[in-house]
Design a protein around this ligand. Structure first.
Ligand code: SAH
Ligand code: SF4
Length: 357
């Protein structure tokens, strides 16, 4: 077989597209047309690019590709959350979730993207973590999650509004900091003002506490929000929940976070899953107040989404409210995350991209 490797156009910015078209002997304005087809119209077949000459479409089809992942399946929750099962070029599968921001029919959405197929961190409570690791996503595959989800959404919701997806959170499958270069590159493409044009402040990266990644982000010229999955404020419990804590214990993690805040002047978010009988006692609240009060931060409490086959349980509403009140009375900025999409296993930590029937 002499299969030619095609050039990937997804993820190219205008300048790169211009260079590519020039290498084919085509005029510059063709790249503007293609750029628009990709980033504004989410088109991945050259044959659908109706303002290109037929011969050029054919030539491009032979030499190039636009790998927006194929949506194999879509499930819609009673609350309007949509979960997409997407297939990548090598047939590997990931999940991407669109979450409506309100019940209003003109609502905007938050998109939760995956950064890896599976996850090597292996947190004890997480469906992705217990299902193992396969590979990192390429930057253009992450951008492809956005374009693929937007294309599906536009079929259902009539909106010419480019801001239909108002926020992107890197909280799907995988640990973004272990795929750092591609994650950052995908953010720059989402942010490109002549392309998708998503504001950096509308992007959040969540990490289980990879200090190397946090330090790199500190030096990056980006205005994104950093979220830290804390889940426990003592090393013993955190070691059990997040194996990475053995490498980067809480004291070192806090040092990196404080340095991030000092250097960037940006507020961080701590995510804290509430697990019954594990991390919601009065002592846990006191530990958190001691640890976080001095830090410029918000705390986002996440009632645990139970995962089939795992031992962890969501606490009762009473326990959740009690824990919340302890923290608020202790002087922390706290919100409880309203979980969406749990009826279709689309909530945080429930993604595993098993073969859907
Ligand atoms: N790997 C990154 C980002 C993806 S996970 C991280 O761990 O931060 C996104 C968030 O979902 C994390 O805060 C994670 O701890 C949380 N999460 C994982 N499993 C969960 C579950 N079953 N219920 C609620 N949140 C969960
Ligand atoms: Fe990976 Fe995040 Fe799940 Fe932990 S919680 S296994 S880091 S995806």
């Amino acid at each position: 077989m002499n299969a030619q490797i095609k050039t990937e156009l997804l993820g190219m910015n205008m300048q790169e597209l211009e260079e590519y078209m020039a290498s084919m002997g085509e005029p510059r304005f063709r790249s503007r047309q293609i750029h628009k087809w990709i980033y504004q119209k989410e088109v991945n077949s050259f044959y659908d690019m109706s303002d290109l000459p037929r011969e050029l479409r054919q030539k491009l089809d032979e030499k190039a590709q636009i790998s927006i992942p194929r949506v194999l399946k879509q499930r819609v929750s009673v609350d309007g959350t949509r979960k997409f099962l997407m297939e990548l070029e090598d047939k590997k599968r990931i999940e991407t979730v669109l979450i409506p921001q309100s019940k209003d029919k003109n609502t905007r959405y938050t998109l939760c993207v995956s950064t890896q197929v599976g996850c090597p961190i292996g947190c004890a409570f997480c469906a992705t973590g217990v299902s193992g690791f396969q590979r990192n996503l390429k930057y253009y595959e992450i951008v492809g999650e956005y374009l693929g989800a937007k294309r599906e959404l536009e079929k259902k919701v009539k909106a010419e509004d480019n801001a239909l997806i108002a926020n992107v959170v890197y909280m799907g499958m995988g640990e973004p900091m272990l795929n750092y270069e591609d994650v950052i590159k995908s953010i720059r493409i989402l942010n490109d003002s002549i392309g998708i044009n998503l504001g950096q402040r509308h992007i959040t990266i969540s990490t289980s506490g990879d200090i190397g990644g946090i330090n790199k982000l500190t030096r990056e010229d980006l205005q994104v929000t950093l979220a830290i999955s804390l889940h426990a404020c003592n090393d013993e419990t955190r070691n059990d929940l997040i194996p990475l804590n053995r490498k980067y214990p809480i004291s070192e993690l806090m040092e990196a976070i404080n340095n991030y805040i000092l250097e960037t002047n940006r507020r961080v978010t701590f995510e804290y899953i509430m697990l019954d009988n594990i991390n919601v006692s009065r002592a846990d609240a006191d530990d958190m107040i001691k640890l976080i009060k001095p830090v410029l931060a918000n705390v986002n409490l996440i009632p645990y989404n139970e995962v089939e086959g795992l031992i962890y349980k969501k606490p009762s509403d009473k326990t959740i409210m009690q824990f919340y009140n302890w923290l608020v009375n202790g002087g922390l900025n706290v919100t409880i995350r309203e979980e969406k999409g749990s009826d279709i296993e689309a909530a945080c930590g429930q993604l595993r991209a098993k073969r859907e029937r």
